[in-house]
Design a protein around this ligand. Structure first.
Ligand code: NCD
Length: 527
């Protein structure tokens, strides 16, 4: 069970920054607020009422609803509201975000920054960078709320969407069957659904998008990991031919500003595949509702305007809910709400997961027996064995050179590619007479560069210690790694000085902790 005050000071960079219980708490409080507001009841319990708290709206990309609902929510709270004017700021003089925010942070006793930028993962990076600065100067750490970062996530839109779905389903959270339609590739509100839909105990997701606009693999895998049932169609027309059609349709617009030229050229054809037509009205199941984070294209909307006055219109109510959910989000992170929370908080990352195992030495193993095949045996030194076992000889050579380069093993020794015990498999062996011991940091580094290898420390021609190195749960602190998403805040061209950092996800994939992109292990390395 979590401590009820635990929302105070929390950054909301991604939907999963709140546990599912915490999502539900947010929805419960929003429901209470909305009921009190509608009936003219007492709203003071929800109000922060602290003129010393600064809320900064920093929208480096355009916004209407998100910005205006946050502006109104901040006004509800009687706090110091600041709307940062990007067009006349030092961004124009190429100032970094950290420098700008450091300055703004200095002006308030407590600060909440609501951020919309193109840079993916920016809120987490700022929380770390400005958080360290705050600690250094003895000030309360600021909160960052992600109001949409590139194609990555839009957690506060997600909370209002889920709240609206629950409201629509009369608060029954046992199951949702939702169709996600439109630009699933670039649309961050859809990406946030991979974690947000967990508010429901069982989830079926129908993905409806032409192949150019399909959901990126990172989010699809996340949905699979979360146990969602996923089905897929290329257009609304195809979807309407299927047997079980959802009653909850979530549309997104074509995100032209994020598309490459080739896709943009095919705009009208792609738009056609995800635009609803009048002739399909009688194919919809009873009580179907359409939702949309908005804005809609005024000339070519995917939900045509003739539907505005019909019972299909769920998007207007959805948009209004943005105000209520954001009032609650501000109240939570400011510490105004949370004392009555008694659910489970997010599970902290397991920092202790061991990936270096010392293997007992079974017998007095003589070096000549163990490493005789083509390698010069060492009397004293280190032998790294099983390097890239099972890979092709070419890949193993690459790995050997990578180990030498990254661990700076520019020392005497021999190495080579050999048959493993199983003659179908190859492995690399490196014999290093100059290395008499390896400190734990270097062992961790070696595990990251070459998981699966073993390290034998040899003294007087016998193995004194042996370690088996598995894949580490996190990989960071290497000059040779980078996230391969050019929109990520860690991308060198963004000049935000955020070092790359990956954590292991299922199937030996590594996820960037900032922008959430999943990589195959080999793809995180630049060499
Ligand atoms: C969305 C956004 O900005 O991601 N809009 C919003 O916040 N209401 C969706 C969009 O721009 O299509």
């Amino acid at each position: 069970m979590s401590n009820g005050k635990s929302f105070k000071g929390r950054t909301l960079a991604a939907t999963a920054d709140l546990s599912v219980d915490e999502h539900r708490y947010l929805y419960r409080k929003t429901r209470e607020l909305k009921a009190a507001w509608t009936s003219g009841g007492d709203l003071t319990p929800f109000r922060i009422d602290d003129p010393e708290l600064s809320v900064y709206l920093m929208f480096l990309e355009d916004s209407t609803r998100t910005k205006e609902s946050f502006r109104n929510a901040a006004k509800f709270h009687n706090v110091k509201l600041n709307v940062f004017d990007v067009s006349s700021s030092s961004f124009k003089k190429s100032e970094s975000l950290v420098d700008t925010i450091k300055m703004l942070f200095g002006y308030g006793r407590r600060s909440i920054f609501v951020m919309r930028t193109r840079m993916e993962g920016v809120c987490l990076a700022l929380e770390e960078q400005i958080g360290e600065y705050a600690d250094r100067i003895g000030r309360e750490r600021p909160v960052f709320i992600n109001a949409g970062d590139g194609r990555h996530e839009h957690p506060t839109q997600e909370f209002l969407d889920e709240f609206t779905f629950l409201e629509q389903l009369d608060w029954d959270d046992s199951h949702i069957h939702v169709a996600l339609i439109g630009d699933l590739h670039h649309g961050r509100t859809v990406h946030s659904k991979a974690d947000g839909l967990r508010a429901f105990r069982s989830v079926t997701v129908d993905l409806v998008a032409p192949k150019e606009l399909t959901l990126p693999p990172s989010y699809r895998s996340r949905m699979e990991d979360n146990g969602f049932e996923i089905r897929e169609w290329g257009s609304i027309e195809e979807y309407l031919g299927s047997e079980e059609i959802s009653r909850c349709w979530y549309f997104t617009r074509l995100q032209l500003e994020r598309m490459g030229d080739e896709i943009r050229e095919r705009e009208s054809e792609l738009r056609e595949a995800v635009t609803f037509r009048q002739r399909w009205l009688d194919k919809l199941p009873e009580n179907t509702r359409f939702f949309h984070p908005l804005p809609r294209h005024r000339e070519k909307p995917v939900i045509p305007s003739f539907l505005d006055g019909t019972s299909l219109n769920g998007w207007d109510a959805q948009s209004i809910n943005g105000y209520f959910t954001r009032v609650i989000e501000l109240a939570m992170v400011a510490g105004q709400l949370g004392n009555d929370f008694d659910g489970v908080a997010p599970i902290p990352e397991n920092k202790k997961k061991s990936f270096i195992t010392e293997v007992p030495i079974k017998r007095k193993s003589r070096v000549e027996d163990r490493f005789k095949v083509g390698i010069k045996p060492v009397d004293d030194g280190t032998v790294i064995d099983h390097v890239a076992k099972g890979f092709t000889p070419e890949e193993i050579w690459d790995r050997i050179y990578k180990i030498r380069r990254i661990l700076k093993l520019n020392v005497r020794g021999s190495h080579g590619v050999f048959h493993s015990v199983d003659p179908k498999d190859y492995k690399g062996i490196m014999s290093l007479p100059d290395i008499l011991e390896i400190d734990p940091t270097e062992l961790k580094k070696l595990a990251a560069v070459s998981p699966g290898c073993t390290v034998n420390l040899i003294k007087d021609r016998s193995v004194k210690a042996k370690y088996r190195l598995a894949m580490p749960p996190k990989i960071y602190n290497f000059a040779e790694i980078s996230c391969k998403n050019p929109e990520c805040v860690t991308w060198p061209g963004a000049y935000q000085n955020v070092p790359p950092h990956f954590y292991q996800t299922v199937g030996e994939t590594f996820t960037c902790r900032y922008c959430g992109r999943r990589h195959k292990y080999g793809d995180i390395w630049d060499l």
